[in-house]
Design a protein around this ligand. Structure first.
Ligand code: SF4
Length: 238
């Protein structure tokens, strides 16, 4: 997919989010009645991939736990020199995939300061293809796989959750749009070009254990890192 196609698709996602009925989301949240039973599964990479951090999450973690930051695992783009590019940071995990902040009793050690995605989980608002390839909205992650259901959630509580979910999803998609727009500008300015073969080779070298340069788009600019596959132990990708 070209850079412009990424931007067009993301802008369609943004428009769809803006058009989504908040009342419908509130109704779904109340119908599902999710309540956490403290199983801790949602805080593991084996169950949920990585914890993606919005730009608004970065000041707390940079100031308090900078060692927990890692370039997000799915390197999205590359240039002709074999440098890889990704939008945003993720949280590191232990080798067994548990979040660095998940204690032995499955409690979050930084609960009061937990990150945006942790605050809305398991609620979400994504359009995804179902088993038959039909694109549909999903509002709850892991429905029926964890937690308890049919708890009483007041209209007021559900409204607060719905607002947080919509706000998160809009921030997320706008951060992705910002990434691809910045890539477009940066590649033009620096006379860079995407060569699929070189991108694939860089990923292969990385997976074999060779460190790679990764430019992370965060807070409106690119930050350079050298990363090795060892730092991603516990993740299912890259
Ligand atoms: S920061 Fe806390 S809530 Fe978020 S994934 Fe880690 S342990 Fe879970």
């Amino acid at each position: 997919m070209s850079i412009q196609d990424h931007i067009i698709t993301l802008k369609q996602d943004e428009a769809a989010l803006l058009g989504y009925s908040e009342d419908e989301l509130i109704s779904i949240i109340r119908d599902v009645g999710f309540s956490c039973d403290g199983c801790g599964r949602c805080c593991t990479a084996s169950y949920n991939g990585h914890v993606f951090l919005l730009d608004s999450d970065l000041p707390y973690i940079r100031n308090n736990h900078p060692e927990a930051l890692i370039p997000a695992p799915d390197f999205e783009y590359g240039d002709q020199h074999g440098i890889l590019y990704v939008s945003g940071y993720a949280l590191r995990v232990h080798e067994d995939g548990r979040c660095l902040f998940l204690d032995a009793g499955n409690r979050c050690e930084i609960y009061e300061n937990r990150f945006s995605i942790c605050r809305i989980y398991p609620y979400m608002l994504h359009r995804e293809p179902d088993a038959n390839g039909v694109v549909e909205w999903r509002q709850i992650s892991g429905l029926g796989e964890h937690g308890e259901y049919h708890s009483e959630i007041t209209e007021e509580e559900a409204t607060t959750i719905a607002n947080q979910v919509l706000s998160y999803e809009l921030d997320f998609v706008r951060q992705q749009i910002g990434f691809w727009e910045a890539i477009s500008l940066y590649f033009d300015e620096q006379n860079l070009r995407h060569v699929r073969k070189i991108y694939d080779q860089a990923l292969r070298r990385f997976r074999k254990g060779e460190p790679v340069r990764v430019m992370v788009y965060a807070g409106g600019s690119f930050e350079e890192h050298i990363v090795g596959i060892g730092e991603y132990r516990g993740f299912s990708s890259p």
